[in-house]
Ligand binder design. Structure first.
Ligand code: HSE
Length: 308
């Protein structure tokens, strides 16, 4: 029997303009799995995280990830997974992709790394598909690879790791509002007006240029979303006022985290991120909406082995 303990980080998808094509990894917050393989043919998943998850393994994102890995590598085994630590589902910081990335990375480690990093992301995307009904990698790729990631294309998958100039911090607020990714995707239009498309691809180019050149002002200016946000911000009470307050206190940008309802502010100084966290706290407290706030550094490290 072989066993590993793996960690995969939380992540934030979209980064404003990069709907389904950009995401970043966060430091320290994430999922921990103990995984082992032995002779046989089967899968067991035990949840020791204390976070409620469905008992049916067909509803757990880990299941299609493990199956995809075994299919791609032509292996058969009894796989046992114990979930030791879990980000709350629906938190908006890539809960499903942290489990998916950890499972894909863990399987690859157990078999001596037969798959490339990109193929590990392909396995992790199976979990995203189960969770949200779509093969997107904007959480899964940063959760596997770390840093800020661009998915240049899906057919074939072409993933580019972008530079993280200096230290970036994210304040993230998770308001207790129930919005599933499936629902948040279903309200989006199937077609985008030319004017919005032009705005969006200008911003994607600007964000990539800002990250490569270290132009922090450009990074902030470019993190705007003309495509999903106009539809999704209705789920988040007071969104526009909140952004005005956050930006007035020095954050570079404020956007919906992934499909929401979490919101994040990006800052290039820790104290500014903490200020944003305080504003998030005041905002949702004044509305009587329960919430959690995290202030976390953007991390260059993705999924990894950790000590038992
Ligand atoms: N890009 C996905 C979306 C992320 O916005 O629906 C889901 O977390």
């Amino acid at each position: 029997m072989k066993s590993v303990r793996v960690f995969a980080p939380a992540s934030i998808a979209n980064l404003g303009c990069g709907f389904d094509i950009m995401g970043l990894a966060l430091d320290e917050v994430g999922d921990v799995l103990d995984m082992s393989i032995s002779e046989g043919d089967g899968l067991s998943i035990t949840n020791e995280s204390g976070v409620p998850l469905p008992d049916d393994i067909e509803k757990n994102v880990i299941t299609p990830v493990v199956r995809k890995f075994l299919e791609l590598t032509g292996n058969k085994a009894q796989v046992n997974v114990v979930i030791k630590q879990k980000i709350y589902p629906g938190s908006g910081i890539g809960s499903s992709s942290a489990s998916s990335a950890a499972a894909a990375f863990g399987m690859n480690e157990l078999y001596g790394s037969p798959l490339s990093e990109e193929e590990v992301v392909v396995c992790a995307m199976e979990g995203e598909n189960l969770a949200s009904g779509g093969y997107h990698a904007d959480n899964a790729a940063p959760a596997v690879m770390g840093g800020i990631v661009l998915i240049r294309g899906y057919e074939p998958l072409d993933i580019i790791k972008l530079p993280v100039p200096g230290d970036f911090y994210c304040a993230v607020v998770h308001p207790q509002l129930v919005v599933s990714t499936k629902e948040a995707r279903s309200i989006l239009p199937k077609n985008v007006p030319m004017h919005d498309a032009i705005t969006q691809w200008g911003n994607v180019g600007g964000l990539v240029a800002g990250l490569y050149s270290g132009n922090i002002g450009l990074v902030g200016r470019a993190m705007k979303d003309a495509i999903a946000e106009p539809y999704r911000k209705g789920f988040i009470p007071g969104f526009d006022d909140l952004r005005e307050k956050i930006l007035s206190k020095g954050s570079l940008a404020m956007n919906i985290a992934g499909s929401g309802p979490s919101v994040f502010a990006l800052a290039n100084k820790r104290d500014i991120a903490h200020k944003a966290g305080d504003i998030f706290d005041e905002h949702f407290s004044s509305l009587g909406i329960d919430h959690q706030v995290y202030v976390v550094k953007v991390s260059n490290r993705g999924a990894r082995l950790i000590a038992y």
